[in-house]
Structure formats: C-alpha cells, structure tokens
Write a protein that binds this ligand. Structure first.
Ligand code: RM4
Ligand code: MN
Ligand code: MN
Length: 397
C-alpha cells in the first residue's frame, strides 16, 4: 500500500509526462528482409493520425505526432496546411519534424557527409525545407538522424566528412526560428557497417556545440553498443544542458526497435531516475522531448503504442519514488547498500494502483489497453483497410 506522499509524487510526475508518437509506427514496417503486412496498418497520413488519436484518447498523454517529411509531407511545405487541419481534426498537433536524407538514391555515399558537394547541397536544401515546415506547423523540434557512414576501411575521409557535417549543421542552425531546436541523433552502426559519421553521444555533442545554442543531443535508447551505460550519458548531457530528447525503444542486439522496457525495464528506470535526480538537485525541470521511435513488425501497432506508453508511465512513476534526500546522504557517506536500495526499493514498488487513480482523476479509462480493445476501433479499421491491397511493401512510408 502506498503512502499519500508516494501517491502524490506519482500523480505529480504523471501529470508532467507527455510522450510523442511516431507517425511511422502506425504504418507497415519491417526488417531489411521484408515486411509482414497487417490489415489494420495505416496506409495514409490521415490514417496515421487517426490511429495516433486512439492512443491519445485512451492514455491522455500523447497529443503530438512526429512526422517524417518524405513519408508524411512528400509535397514539402505545400502539404503543411493539410497536415495542420488533419491533426486538428483528430485533436492532435504536429510534433517533431524528421527530415529524410537517407532514402533517395543520391544518398548512396551519404548526405551531409557525401564527398560530392552537389549531394551535400541537396541534403541541406531538404533539411532547410524541413525547418520551414517545422516553423509553419509550430513544431519546436527538428530531429536529425543521418544514415551517413562507410562500409570499408579507408574508403572515406573521416575528418573531411566531420567538417562537412559541421558546416551543414551550422547552416541548419542559422535558419532556426527563436523557439526552435535541432536535435542531433547518433547511432553506432547500421546502415553503415564500418564507420558512421555521428556514431555516439560524444560526436553528437561536439556537433551540437559547434552548431549553436539551440542544438541539443537526441538519445535514441536503441542506438548504443551492448552494455553501454546510457544513464551515465544522460547524466553528462544534463550537466552540459545538452539533452534535447529521447527516442524510446528497447533492444537486445542491435537497433531492434522493440517495445520500451520489454527487455530491460531497470535500465529505463535508471535513465528516468537520472533525470528526476537532476531536477531534484537543481530545483529545475529539464526540458526534454520524450518521443517513441518504434516500428512494430509483429505486434499490433496501436496496441504496441498503448503498451509502450503504459510501460513508460509505470517506470516514470517508479522513478518518482526514489527518496532523493536519503540517496544523496547515502552517496556522500559511501553507504553503498543503502544508496543502492533507494533505487531498488522504488523500482520494486507496485505503482499500478496509483496510476489507475491518476487516470480516473483525469477522466481516463483505468486500463487504456482494455478500453481500446473494447472500443471496436481495431475491428472497424481491419474491415475497412484490410481489403485494400497494399502495393507498398518496400519502404517505410
Ligand atoms: C533510425 C533512427 C531515426 C528514425 C529512423 C526511421 O534508425 O532511429 O530516428 O527516424 O530510424
Ligand atoms: Mn531514432
Ligand atoms: Mn533507430
């Protein structure tokens, strides 16, 4: 049984925790070997918004949808008005804007890091268009992930590519409006298998710092080598005021895009703890965008998103229960077991009832998954969308 104080902590924490959904997470996606098509998958941007609206309707904490420019706004800024009214129709807003500098054939040897200046310019033009789209949609964050890299030693000049990245990112930063941010995402490998131009948080940090004060680092939880201490990276980025946001997902081997917390919930808890401990210690509230970046290949897409949101809330609520004062004291005294117990006790606490109470207090169903299942939405879209033959099996769009 939780104390009133614990319930209060959980309620406060949940009220300050919103999560952004990825438009691409509702479409048919797959692995490099192919896709297993789902009859209910969204085939249009309107359907992606409709599905995202379901997740928001039952959880109440997902009012924004991240958009991938080529997939959701193939007409560029010309599509922005349509997107704006679509989002409004579903009671949602456009979230982070993701340029796409990896799908086009011209990007075979990279985008910002391509040795061909014409390709670098094409990539920059697309990213600058994306800044305009973000501005037009009142979207604060531009999320920048680059597939750039090389597959074989000696085939590319690593230092030149680094400089080209710096130049293009600086040019991008120069275009940002006052309230806008650019988030630099890193990833150690895939699709490049020898070197990736922005391979880790250090490279992303250096490039963000070189770009300007509105550039921050984006931590995709699946973009690390196995066993890397992600919460330490989070702690360092918080100290540098350079943690811009997260892409939530879990992984076992590579960039598996599995559901958050499905493999290692304690790691997600430890990341959340670092953030809350920082907030407690500094008396501030770190300005972080929490976004999901998952493509469910086997699970039902809407269910998997609801599951992700529920798991994230549960781990966030547990992190809110860490007794910071006791922890700080135990750390100073090097009382190891007592300090570690602060984390373990919070992690072991069953917070589900308090979360249910929070939902009821916010006129939300106590069990979002059950509410979604009983709503009949999935049956309806399966019947509506199922018969449509999907010709689109080769891309993520
Ligand atoms: C990448 C990366 C990006 C996402 C693409 C689809 O691995 O995580 O954030 O936009 O996948
Ligand atoms: Mn990502
Ligand atoms: Mn990824």
């Amino acid at each position: 049984m939780l104390t009133d104080k614990q319930s209060g902590l959980i309620h406060g924490a949940l009220s300050a925790f919103q999560i952004e959904l990825p438009s691409w997470g509702f479409a048919n996606t797959g692995t490099r070997f192919g896709k297993f098509l789902q009859p209910a998958a969204a085939g249009t941007t309107a359907e992606k918004f409709a599905d995202a609206a379901q997740v928001h309707r039952w959880t109440g904490v997902c009012p924004t949808v991240a958009l991938h420019v080529l997939w959701d706004l193939p007409g560029g800024n010309g599509d922005a008005a349509g997107i704006e009214s679509l989002a409004a129709q579903y009671g949602l807003r456009a979230g982070s804007i993701n340029p796409n500098t990896f799908q086009d054939q011209i990007y075979k040897y990279g985008s910002f890091g391509n040795p061909d200046p014409e390709v670098r310019k094409a990539a920059l033009d697309h990213v600058l268009d994306s800044v305009e789209i973000a501005r037009r949609l009142n979207s604060r964050d531009l999320s920048l992930w680059f597939a750039d890299g090389s597959n074989y030693p000696g085939t590319q000049n690593i230092r030149h590519r680094r400089r080209w990245f710096e130049e293009a990112l600086q040019a991008t930063h120069a275009r940002l409006g006052a309230g806008q941010r650019m988030l630099v995402e890193y990833k150690p490998f895939e699709p490049a298998f020898y070197h990736t131009d922005i391979a880790d948080w250090g490279m992303a940090l250096v490039l963000a710092q070189a770009s300007g004060p509105q550039a921050k680092v984006l931590v995709d939880t699946g973009h690390h080598y196995a066993s890397q201490n992600i919460e330490q990276i989070v702690g360092w980025l918080l100290s540098e005021n350079l943690l811009g946001g997260f892409h939530f997902n879990d992984r076992r081997y590579a960039d598996d895009d599995l559901t958050l917390g499905s493999i290692d919930p304690y790691q997600v808890f430890r990341i959340f703890h670092e953030i809350r401990f920082f907030d407690w210690e500094t008396g501030s509230s770190a300005d972080i965008a929490y976004m999901i970046d998952q493509s469910h290949n086997l699970k039902g897409k809407i269910e998997a998103m609801i599951q992700t949101v529920m798991v994230a809330q549960e781990l966030w609520a547990k992190a809110a229960l860490v007794d910071h004062a006791t922890l700080a004291e135990a750390q100073s005294a090097a009382d190891l077991v007592r300090a570690e117990s602060c984390l373990q006790d919070a992690f072991a606490t069953d917070v589900r009832l308090a979360i249910r109470d929070w939902r009821v207090a916010h006129r939300l169903p106590r069990d979002p998954m059950q509410a979604f299942r009983e709503s009949g939405y999935l049956d309806r879209i399966t019947a509506e969308r199922g018969p449509r033959k999907s010709s689109n099996v080769s891309t993520y769009a």
